[in-house]
Design a protein around this ligand. Structure first.
Ligand code: PLP
Length: 350
């Protein structure tokens, strides 16, 4: 339904091209279906329950959330299968986690006996059972146990009273991490564990998934909107970038400098060697600096210059953090706004 013309929106405004987003949803689901892997979209990219329901209707088995507060929003919105691939630590947070566990099929991950013991204590307090995956460390060196510790952790889960061993969690499940996955699985099998699920992910992991057959499920987030990072990684084209931040030229201080009305509070401070985002109408321009409310752009490489009052559209460097900066974002088709979504899990980082 057409709600208004895009020109009626104040700038800066975060637009989502609905046709591109729907195509991205369908394409990733087809990719997973063709590989025989379950698809579990990571909602940290959009933080909007209405979009999660579209992903589920397209065939996703459930969703992944990064934080308990995010999971609370999506459980409230009726999502029935939620994974939190994160060490949940602290009694108050664990009590909230158990609240989510009461209303949906919840799975969490753990990479240390202390984390497992906290989960077990919470499950006891709430007289409930909880599904726990073992988080396997990878080459990004974030969380995750090395392969040789995975059996010890799986045993601790199995030998607990209230926890169920739910498989192996890997991020990112790229080819470079396949030897670790294989080593961990061999050790688990040798120790008598049936591993029903190997949940991998990341947009790079999804692209390489055919070469990591051990992975049974993929968690991917960024694919839904895409951004300069996924463009630069060769994982999408400009035509697959659904998020464009509509901005107005507010100053032309000299011949080559153009100032837009959104800065780090609008598109976040992430940058690449090429700057802070891609201006669709002027791909040769460079956003070389961001103030809080200004984008400083160098147009010296462009044959044309915009005037004060002109509108441009910026593809951000990292779409997931942009969503978290805005109360609402707009689904558009051509010149028309067809959806206004509240970013319901905005700020849900605890
Ligand atoms: C644990 C985990 N799984 C999946 C993803 C999704 O990755 P991507 O944004 O590359 O799709 C992330 C991203 O940060 C993650 O941390």
């Amino acid at each position: 339904m057409i709600l208004m013309n895009v020109s009626a929106l104040e700038t800066p405004a975060v637009l989502i091209d609905l046709d591109i987003m729907l195509s991205n949803i369908a394409q990733m689901q087809r990719h997973c279906d063709a590989l025989g892997k379950a698809f579990r979209p990571h909602i940290k990219t959009h933080k909007i329950p209405e979009i999660a329901h579209m992903q589920l209707e397209a065939g996703a088995v459930g969703i992944a959330c990064q934080k308990v507060s995010e999971a609370e929003v999506f459980a409230d919105a009726g999502v029935e299968d939620i994974q939190i691939p994160y060490n949940i630590v602290g009694e108050r947070k664990l009590d909230r986690l158990m609240g989510v566990n009461r209303v949906c099929r919840l799975t969490v991950s753990a990479d240390d006996p202390a984390v497992i013991d906290g989960l077990e204590a919470a499950a006891r307090r709430h007289n409930a059972r909880l599904r726990v995956m073992v988080d396997l460390g990878t080459d990004i060196q974030r969380t995750g146990a090395p392969p040789e510790r995975v059996v010890e952790l799986a045993r601790r889960i199995r030998d607990s009273q209230r926890l169920d061993f739910a498989g192996l969690l890997v991020y990112p499940s790229t080819v470079s991490n396949r030897p670790r996955i294989q080593a961990a699985l061999t050790m688990l099998h040798d120790a008598g564990f049936a591993v029903d699920s190997v949940s991998g992910g990341g947009i790079g992991g999804a692209a390489q998934a055919a070469d990591v057959p051990e992975v049974t499920e993929l968690r991917v987030g960024t694919y839904i909107f895409n951004d300069v990072n996924t463009l630069n990684a060769g994982l999408c084209g400009i035509e697959d970038c659904a998020m464009r931040v509509r901005m107005t030229v507010v100053s032309r201080p000299d011949a080559d400098r153009v100032i837009l009305d959104g800065g780090s509070k609008t598109i976040a401070a992430d940058r690449t060697d090429d700057g802070h985002g891609l201006i669709v109408e002027y791909p040769e321009a460079r956003i070389y600096k961001l103030s809080e409310e200004h984008a400083h752009c160098d147009f010296s490489a462009c044959s044309a210059r915009p005037s004060i009052g002109d509108i441009v559209h910026v593809i951000p460097v990292h779409t997931c953090v942009v969503t978290n900066l805005h109360d609402r974002i707009y689904g558009v088709r051509g010149d028309y706004v067809e959806e206004i979504w509240e970013v319901a899990a905005r700020g849900m980082v605890y």
